[in-house]
Design a protein. Sequence first.
Length: 129
Amino acid sequence: MNERSDPDDVVLSPHERLALSRMEAELSADRRLTRRMRRQVRRRAHRLVRPGARRPVSRRWLPLSTAALLSASVFLVVMGVRTSEPAVLWCFAVLWPLTLLQGFRLLCRATEDGTDAGPGAAGPGTPWR
């Protein structure tokens, strides 16, 4: 008794259906794979909803904001060392963790794999999306 429940009119034997359901059960138990698949679906859905949309603001401005924070941090540490002014050193102490956080986000984005290279997506050779 073969059932035609597949939209492509593929007929599976009971043994094949059992093997397929076992594979699906194993794949659904893999949490890491599930997270990656959800991420892929969200990215593709976002592209389908807004096909000609530009990149989100945070993705566009992250390299520039990181460079600005880094240059401000370097300026503050140099001025703090030269003048020994506590206010300048405290400003550096507040700004430096933010600079490290932005640098870490930029590094994570650069090392992210570009497996969803669809239209408009940057390939693996262009990490600063």
